[in-house]
Design a protein around this ligand. Structure first.
Ligand code: SF4
Ligand SMILES: [Zn+2]
Ligand SMILES: [Zn+2]
Length: 311
């Protein structure tokens, strides 16, 4: 298969990727160009952030976040990487993830903030979940990661936190929330969440790209990333929704993109209206981060596990 753009210029360059849902096959040069152009277009269209100020990129060591850090830096944004080291020892997951983040920091010559859970909360994430009596480690992990990222962004006065969420993540969340009619979450799902008192602006510049498209971008740019997922991902429910959507996508290319884009046009405004009455937030009595209760979830968990140990 030949590159469609090269073909229009009378060149016969071989395509390295075939984007079925866009009916487009591209060579290395034109794929990288297409990918970067679309990312910058998404940032502009949703007014995610500008060139002024610093952008914190939440990096896990995976393909999405490392590619995002690389692309934003290449495009001229002032970036800082933020990595939360969860202390997951199986398959040396956290150790290897940190190394990959440090490698990228060196390659980009950009600072990396590392937040170590063990140093700050005395336990790795799995123990925090176990000691707190919550059986779903991913739900505790998500709560801590959101809290820490937000706190760092506020403390460091960052303009926004950019995350590597992709179309597969976003469409799976959308499907899961729709099947449970989680109207609150549906009203809030969007490529950018504006800053509010105590909350930093959050943006997802890769939300219209599939995993396959991001992996291709990473490989073509020699980005080293974690090829194995977190050992706890089996307890997460999102892979089930991703598999269901992958089946539909295979039968009907473009399904995920259609579902996600049409949701913004046709359904989200209805849910946003339903949730017009904002939840009242106040500063947490312990850490001063915004919460709807007296003490935020993270502080409550930290309080509960204080001094507890598991033999
Ligand atoms: S799979 Fe679960 S435990 Fe692992 S990083 Fe994701 S949310 Fe955290
Ligand atoms: Zn080409
Ligand atoms: Zn708190």
């Amino acid at each position: 298969m030949l590159c469609k753009i090269c073909k229009t210029k009378g060149k016969r360059e071989k395509a390295v990727i075939n984007l079925r849902q866009h009916k487009l096959s591209l060579c290395k040069e034109h794929y990288i160009e297409w990918f970067e152009k679309h990312t910058l277009k998404t940032i502009k269209k949703f007014r995610m952030f500008s060139m002024d100020g610093k952008i914190g990129v939440a990096i896990s060591g995976g393909k999405d976040s490392l590619s995002l850090w690389y692309l934003l830096t290449k495009a001229g944004y002032e970036t800082v990487g933020i990595h939360i080291s969860l202390g997951i020892t199986a398959n040396k997951y956290s150790e290897k993830s940190l190394k990959l983040c440090q490698n990228m920091s060196e390659r980009l010559q950009k600072p990396l903030i590392v937040f170590n859970l063990q140093d700050n909360f005395n336990h790795p994430i799995e123990k925090i979940a176990e000691l707190s009596g919550r059986d779903n480690v991913c739900s505790v992990c998500g709560t801590f990661k959101r809290y820490i990222m937000n706190k760092i962004a506020i403390d460091k006065n960052l303009n926004a936190i950019a995350t590597g969420h992709n179309l597969d993540d976003e469409s799976a969340v959308l499907l899961s929330n729709t099947l449970r009619w989680e109207t609150g979450y549906l009203g809030r799902q969007y490529p950018v969440l504006l800053e509010r008192k105590g909350f930093a602006r959050k943006a997802k510049p890769f939300c219209f790209f599939t995993e396959k498209e991001i992996v291709s971008y990473a490989i073509l740019n020699n980005i080293q990333f974690m090829e194995t997922g977190c050992p706890n991902s089996e307890s997460a429910t999102s892979p089930i929704y991703k598999q269901a959507l992958a089946f539909l996508e295979h039968k009907m290319p473009g399904t995920k993109l259609r579902l996600y884009k049409e949701f913004f046009k046709k359904a989200r405004p209805i849910f946003t209206k339903l949730n017009e009455e904002e939840v009242k937030l106040n500063p947490c009595e312990k850490c001063e981060m915004p919460t709807s209760t007296k003490i935020c979830t993270v502080c409550r968990i930290v309080e509960k596990i204080k001094g507890k140990t598991i033999c």
